[in-house]
Write a protein of this length. Sequence first.
Length: 613
Amino acid sequence: MTSQQSHKQKSSLRDIRKDLRVIYEGRDGNVPDMSRLNARKKSGLRRFLIKGILFLFVLSALAWTGFFVFSNGLFQKRDTLSVKIDGPTDVHAGQSVSYAIHYENTGDVPLASLDLSASFPPGFHLTSAVPPANDKNTWTIGSLTPKSDGVVTVNGIFLSEVPSSERIQALFTYKPANFNSTFQQIETAKVDITDSILSLAIKGPEKALPGDEVQYVITAGHTEKDPTFNLRVIPNLPAGFTVTTTDPAFETGQTYWNLAEIDPNQPKSFSIKGTFNSSAVGAQPVGGSIGYMQDDVYLKQKDATANTDMQGGAVGFHLIINGTDKDQALDAGKTIRGSIDYANQGTDPIGDVSFALKIDGAGKTIPIDWNKADLRNGKQNGGEVDWNGNTTADLKELKPNDNGVIDFSLPLLSGVSDSSADHITFKLITTISKLADGSAPRTIESNPINISISSNVGFQAEARYFNQEDQPVGTGPLPPRVGQTTSYRVFWNINNSLHDLSGIKISTTIPKNVTWADKKSTDIGAIDFNTTTRTATWSIGKLPKSIPSAGAWFDLTITPKTADIGKFVTLTNSTSFTAKDTKTNTDLTNSVSELTTELPSDSNANGKGTVKK
């Protein structure tokens, strides 16, 4: 190596040491010994804390694992309690049945605190149990040694509807002797109610004529060894059958018979007498049903039906009211228009046919204006109108295929008071006095037709400048003048009686050249004005009949233009009224035509409605 090279190497070493001193020189001016490096000792406290945390984590994991393993019986044999319910799965309602609830400890560990809770459907009536229950169908069995068993027997009766399905459930709660945890075992038995111990039969005529009195006998019984209780027998009669008598008689307001009990092999009989009316044609099913009563609930058990074939009667007839034989609602003041059509449908002549139209107002005055009624020669006697051979010659004798129609009209009074009937029933009774076979006179009734009379509702709308006391309620020039503002007041009034009203709505639209003044008042309800649709609406949720009248008003203004000279200005377009009669459940409607500045009901302003220059 040359001297020059040696000099360069020494210079490089000095530069490196200088750089290292700059980097590693301490505050005391010394550079640490770089020939060896020692690792800094870790903190002992830190190591202790880390080890402690790890130890606690492992200890916690072991504790929880032990809890789950032992509390859930991981090392305990499962299903140590065997449960079974023995008993009939298809039963008859009313029949005594027995169910044995078996339990057995199939494990190797005694069972402690063994309890049974049985759940029965509402239709099951528990009559006895062995051993007796503690309370609310629970049994405290106590301990049960390994391989031992027992049984709880329950006896009862299903009083359920036929057909139906029910379920009996047994819930056992127990604790193995070497555990603190509680276990449960559930067993459920499904029971089908396929029949009933009760029997029902009905007998009646195979054939009958309209108007003939017929009798049906319903017989109920059973053959079990013990009585059965709390029964109801319900007849099921066709629409064209009218009951005249029953034995035993129905209790007031009822159409069925209640039975406290029926003894074995001692059936009970019930009879119904009545007549079929003119609408009965062909096979007429007359039936009934029997069932148990439980907490006012009828649990039907059996049905029975007898069919009676209705033979063609000598005379056929129909009562029609306002085009139908159905019930209907009418407004007071309307006219009831009726007709009676009749025909001899037999092969022999019949004589002395009479019709009696009976109108029943349930003890109240019938609201018919008899002075304006058109009875077509019929004779009125109170609430009855009669037609016979003396009033209608055709009724003296009807040959085969003879027929005819009697039309009549009965105007309803426009004002129906509380003393008047608001519900009337029409029934037509036909009597045939002379039959070709010489048999006794026959009387046949029609189906009744019910007429409900809606509440008396009146609605009026008027515009005024002066009120009824001749006080000005309007402002501005009268007659109205071009370029000047005149205000008018619109009055709405409702008059109501007989029934309560609900959902009342009165509305009208305001022309664009008329201004809503935002001055308004009501006796009840509220008036709103929709600026978009320009609709004024008076809404009333309910108007009881104790409020016979109600009113509302609002103000409108106009500023006529030259084109309006010599004309009436329209203040409101037509006004509509809608409401519901809460008793008849019918919709009531009315309307009033447009209101103008003519003001015909305002005597002080009448004749001053055309626009002046």
